[in-house]
Every structure is written in C-alpha cells, then in structure tokens.
Design a binder for this molecule. Structure first.
Ligand code: ASP
Length: 461
C-alpha cells in the first residue's frame, strides 16, 4: 500500500492502519477497549499527533480513536469522498448589490472537520458559487480570507485587523459586509466590531455554522444565503449576527452584536438575543424587521473606525467561597480592568471585600455583571451591594458579561481616566445597556413557538 492512501497519518497511527490494511476513506469497524466503532477514516492534518485515527461516525461527528485502545480493525468498505468543491465563475449581475465576504475560519469555512486536514477553504467566490449557487441571485460577491482559525483563537489583534479591513471596504463603496466566523466567539467579535466600527452606513453581518457543510443537517448554506441577503439587501446598518432562528430551517434571525450570545453547544438555533427582541427575521425571500428602531443604511461613507483594545482586562466569574488572593493575583499581574460576573443581582462574598478595596486603591477599574445573563444588576437592594459600590465596583445594568469585557478592553485601550472610563462604560453605544427588557425578550419567545407568543400577547394586552 503506498503512503498516499494514508493521507497525513504517521507513527503509531500509520503503523496500525498498515497492519490492518485500512485506508483513508475506508469504512472501518474498529474493536477497541472502549467499544466497537464504525465509520469512515478521515485524513489527518500535518501537525496532528500520531496516536489517533479520525473516524466520521454515522451521526456525522468525527471521533479520534486512540491507537492504544485498538484490539483489531477491519476495512468493510471504501468510498473515496469527493470533497473538492467544483469552482465556477461567480456571475456578475448588474443591479445586484456588492457584498464583501471576509473569512476568518470556523466550521463554516470547512467542508470537513478542521482536525482531519481535509479542509476546503470554500471561500473564493468560485468555490462558494460551486457550493451554494443561489448566492448569485442575491449579490455580486468578492471574498478575502483574512484568518483561518477556530474562533477561540480570535482576539484583540484580529478584532482590530477586521475593523480596519471593514473601514477600507466601506471607503471603496461596498454595499454590505459578511464575516464568516466560528460560532463559539461570534458574540465577542460582534461586540468588538460594534464598538470599533461606529456610524456604519452599511450592514456588517457575522455568520457561522454549527454543522459543517458535508453533513446533511448543515446550516452553512442557508446561514450564508441569509447573511448575504441581510448584508446586500437589508437597510439595517448595524453589526449583526445571522444564524438559524428555530431548530428547523424555517427562518434565520438577525441579532444585534451587543445583545447576542451563543446559548447551546450544538443546536443550530444556538444564538439568542438576550434581554431584547432580535432585530429581524430573515428568509430567502424576505426580511421582516422585529425591532422598529435601528440604524438605517446610508449612502455616505462616514464610518468611524476605532481599533483600540487593552489586553489588561479580565473577567472574574464568582463562585461561593472564592478566596481574596484570586483577585490580589490579578492586580499583582498588572490587570487594569476587572469584570465581575456576580451571583443574583450582582454579588460576591464578604471575604473578597478587603481585596476589592486593595484593587480600588491601585486604580483598577471594576464593574459588575450577572451570572443570570438575563436581567439587571441591582446593587441598591441589599447592603452588600451598597458596600461593594462604596469599594469601587460599578454596576453595568443589563450589559452581558462578555460585552462588558470587550467594552472595558476597548475603553482602556483609549483612556485610563476613571471618570471617563465610567462614563464611557455606562453610555450605551448600541443597546449594550437598555432601559427595560421587553415582555417577549426572554429566551422562549424567540425561534418560533407561536402558541406561546400568542398566549403571552394575550396576557399582556
Ligand atoms: N469551534 C468552532 C469555532 O468556533 C465552532 C464553529 O465554528 O461553529 O471556531
């Protein structure tokens, strides 16, 4: 057997495949000390370890079988996957809007799992047209792969580079921008771009997919179509996240970048607007605004790009019994901003108070957010809240913890003046703090449970 049929495998894993005459793309039945596994052997990436064989099992998930657990293997079939997307020239249609797609990586950018090495960039216009020809009915497309990372590897540098790239595209006169992104931190990037790209004249739509496009249940194509439509044809000039609304493919939702959060590890309908209603519902044919007030599309190019970010801001997720040295350690390490994620209305234990005082004396900027995710920080209700405020912790209303971390980092990248930092934190740029939660803003009322919506409307008549 030549090495070509063991694509990427080396060391123990390669030896094992050779020993049992199992090829990449072969259907294998592996007897292991952890049970019997059946599936398709996938290629390995260059820098993966040599102790695992990656198998796509029938559910569509990829598992790594540890070579040390294998007692025997048998190839029971072979079906070489055709995972190359045919490239077709993306047609130019006069009259359709011009959309730019920036690729950053994540599942939406991979045809098979990243870890297997069988990655198809799927990001040139030709590849995208080959995969989702319907896109050509929506817009004229230009693409650029800026990064190729899973979204846990996005961070300050990438946020700033993206903001600058967005500014340049707007200068050139683009009608809308789509950013393909891993879903795990889509909401952090949504917040970062909201603060870094202000006075937007066109829509900026972040999109990802929970299931890669080689899986029958993939949400990649529909999410892309919805995102391109939102970017090219909607009049909502805001930073938005576009993903499945309900678990079915009935419609997508557009969420504000500052009020959205990934709420389920695997549902396609994982993104929810928190403490507000989504901006709009979107289908392949229509865009239905849910919120009446939003920033409207304009024809000027007067965007403000503010690419600032301090890497000296951290979050402290409180747990009962947290010791004060946790906080002292952060201050000693030079952290200048701390977002507390407190219990209930915004609490931490009394044992932390002296450490909070020490941090305050050192000029650390401290803000309180909530573990409950929904609702408002209320530090006036109990004495303990008042005590903490006296020691320098500032409540942030209903700002989401991740958004507060992004915002404080963005602010401390510009100023360390305490009064200015406080003022900027508490002055909303785009609804990161709102005055009240609408009655239908809570989780269950998004994503198509019409009976519940009708019932609630009735109750609130
Ligand atoms: N871990 C991946 C990421 O966030 C998941 C995804 O793309 O949906 O990059």
């Amino acid at each position: 057997m030549d090495n070509d049929i063991f694509q990427g495998y080396k060391g123990d894993a390669l030896e094992l495949l050779k020993k049992y005459k199992v090829r990449v793309w072969g259907t294998v039945v592996a007897d292991t000390t952890r049970g019997i596994f059946k599936g398709t052997v996938l290629p390995r990436a260059e820098n993966d370890d040599d102790k695992h064989i990656v198998v796509k099992i029938v559910t569509g998930y990829n598992i790594g079988i540890d070579t040390r657990t294998v007692t025997s293997m048998k190839e029971v079939g072979y079906n070489k996957a055709n995972y190359k997307i045919p490239e077709k020239a993306f047609p130019f249609t006069p009259g359709l809007p011009h959309v730019k797609l920036f690729g950053t990586g994540g599942t939406i950018a991979s045809r098979l799992d990243y870890r297997t090495g069988a990655v198809i960039p799927a990001f040139s216009p030709g590849e995208l047209y080959g995969a989702v020809p319907e896109l050509a009915d929506i817009c004229n497309l230009d693409t650029e792969k800026i990064f190729a990372v899973f979204s846990e590897n996005m961070g300050p540098k990438q946020y700033m580079a993206l903001a600058i790239a967005i500014g340049k595209e707007i200068e050139k006169g683009i009608d809308g921008i789509v950013i393909g992104h891993g879903t795990d931190t889509l909401h952090h990037t949504g917040a970062a771009l909201t603060f870094m790209c202000q006075n937007l004249p066109v829509p900026i739509v972040l999109v990802g997919s929970q299931r890669s496009s080689d899986r029958p249940s993939s949400d990649a194509a529909l999410n892309l179509m919805h995102a391109m439509k939102a970017a090219g044809q909607s009049d909502i000039a805001e930073v938005m996240v576009c993903m499945f609304g309900p678990t079915s493919d009935e419609y997508g939702l557009l969420h504000k970048g500052t009020r959205v959060r990934k709420m389920h590890s695997s549902y396609r309908s994982t993104f929810r607007t928190i403490g507000d209603t989504p901006l709009a519902r979107i289908t392949r044919d229509d865009i239905f605004p849910i919120k009446k007030k939003y920033n409207k599309r304009r024809t000027d190019k007067n965007v403000k790009i503010l690419p600032y970010f301090s890497d000296k801001v951290t979050m402290l997720y409180y747990y009962p019994g947290m010791a004060p040295d946790t906080l002292d350690a952060l201050v000693e390490k030079g952290y200048k901003g701390i977002i507390f994620v407190g219990t209930g209305l915004g609490h931490v234990n009394k044992e932390l108070y002296p450490a909070i005082e020490r941090a305050h004396e050192k000029g650390v900027h401290m803000f309180m957010t909530l573990q409950t995710i929904w609702g408002y920080v209320h530090m006036f209700v109990y004495d303990t809240g008042r005590d903490m405020m006296a020691k320098g912790i500032i409540p942030t209303g209903n700002m989401l913890p991740e958004v507060a971390w992004v915002k404080l980092s963005w602010i401390l990248g510009q100023t360390e003046d305490p009064a200015e930092v406080k003022k900027m934190m508490l002055t909303p740029i785009n609804d990161e703090i709102t005055n009240r939660e609408p009655y239908n803003g809570y989780l269950v009322y998004q994503g198509g449970v019409p009976e519940v919506e009708a019932f609630i409307k009735d109750v609130h008549k």
